[in-house]
Design a protein around this ligand. Sequence first.
Ligand code: CAO
Length: 537
Amino acid sequence: MKEVTVPDIGNYAGVEIIEIAVKPGSVVKKEDTLITLETEKATMDVPSPLEGVVREVKVKVGDKVSQGSLIVLIEENEQQAEVQATVQEEKVAPQPVVQVATTVAPSQPNAAPAIQTQTVTVPDTGGANEITVIEVAVKVGDDIAFDSTLITLESEKASMDIPSPYAGVVESVLVKVGDKVSMGTPIVVMKARMENAPASQPQASAEIPAPAKAPELAPSKAPTPAPVAAAVTMDASLAHAGPATRRLARELGVDLGKVAGSGHKNRILTTDIHTYVKTALQTLQQGGGGGGLAIEKAPEVDFSQFGAIEVKPLNRIKKWTAKNLHRNWVTIPHVTQFDEADIGELEQFRQENKQAADEMGVKLTPLIFIMKAVVSGLKAFPQFNASLAANGNDLVYKKYFHLGIAVDTPNGLVVPVVRDIDNKGLFEIAKELGEISAKAREGKLKPAEMTGSSMSISSLGGIGGTAFTPIINAPDVAILGVSKAQIKPIYMKDAFVPRKMLPLSLSYDHRVIDGAEAARFLVHVVEQLQDIRKLLL
Ligand code: CAO
């Protein structure tokens, strides 16, 4: 087991760890990144000095480390043991340090006029030459603050922002992405506001860790526009980005692992972060993910131009219902199956028992029989008594039989739940429905009385209509719409006979229920209603 410590990082101490690239069990090769450190002006990957398996990680993101701080314990590969002694020595050897001056020798600031043309050059790079420009953060006309990043340089193991030694306006930019620069290479010409420059300008004032190796001389390549990264997903800690970009990503809460880099070697640039955020916002405004509905906002209309109007706010229930119905309508793939039940016998039975019901103070409407028939359907077709689990992969089968019943109230639509219908008789159900719908109309329902349904029923039979397409009351997977029963001529035994037909509309969630299952379910409900002996069993 070998201890790996932080190598020479120049004059820095207490440098923050911003990423940890390994965990216990990670197999690492020599030069693989273990952790990334970040100072105000640079990030540096600390490479593994040996090959083996990480057994313990001794640091965490946010820790402050200095040269010699213990990072990880690595169990070295047997075959590497022999060469390791040399390798270990080499890897912990002090690394070259890039000296980055915060300014490039402006001449006599005290005597200078308020605005002065200045050429900013690459400061002391600690001997490293031909370092690649991977990002140019300014353009002609930019009014920049003192110390803001002008360009970013990158070598194999470190990237560094070159800050502006002045506040002022950029007159010309003398380098482009892919250029190779060394100490003294002119970067920009600026109209500098000299009063903002620090008194200590001429002296080098910052050191940043230099590349572990000489910078790679990659061919120059202009950045291409960043494709937005819907399809790009990687570990943010592996993302290839400089300190300024990482800082910006942190500020905006952008996961770098999701951003496609358009820079050299797919490096993520600040412009990529801006493009990512812009596209994400546009997508949101258009109504969702990549496959979003892109619904245009309805135009605002001034109705008063057509005649007299009165504006009244929607009440709380209507606002709440509107949100739920809209969500359910757009998120559930609805299909509606229609059928009719011959309720001649049912009506006869109902009329025979009406007086008894009246005496008990309950209303024995067709809905009570329909509730019983639906519960029979739920028992025969358990997939209707189910809800999609939040993970989208499982179906939760319910062993209880509670029905949500849509009730029209002066304040809007509410859906109280009548429970354990399978264990209750017709009169008992009628009594409960009467009580709970009265409570609904008085606005006295508690939230608990409106949750936990197996399925729902929306009955407009007392009002009229031949059919409608009810919206599923999620998380249910189906809802039965009931329209007004009518006497119709039905062809039976070689003749048309007048029969009372009850129209039924079954909307179902097609993700959970197939069309054939829906048709069978509705046929089953119809059969129950047509032969009420079955209902009473
Ligand atoms: N066909 C013919 N007549 C019907 C019928 C049908 N399908 N359903 C009910 N009726 C009759 C009843 O028998 C009753 O007549 P009688 O008094 O002569 O017996 C009359 O219509 C009124 O019934 P009701 O509406 O008071 O009772 P119900 O049990 O049918 O319904 C309830 C109760 C609470 C569901 C209902 O009052 C209600 O609020 N319905 C509206 C639901 C709604 O708004 N749905 C839309 C949701 S989507 O916007």
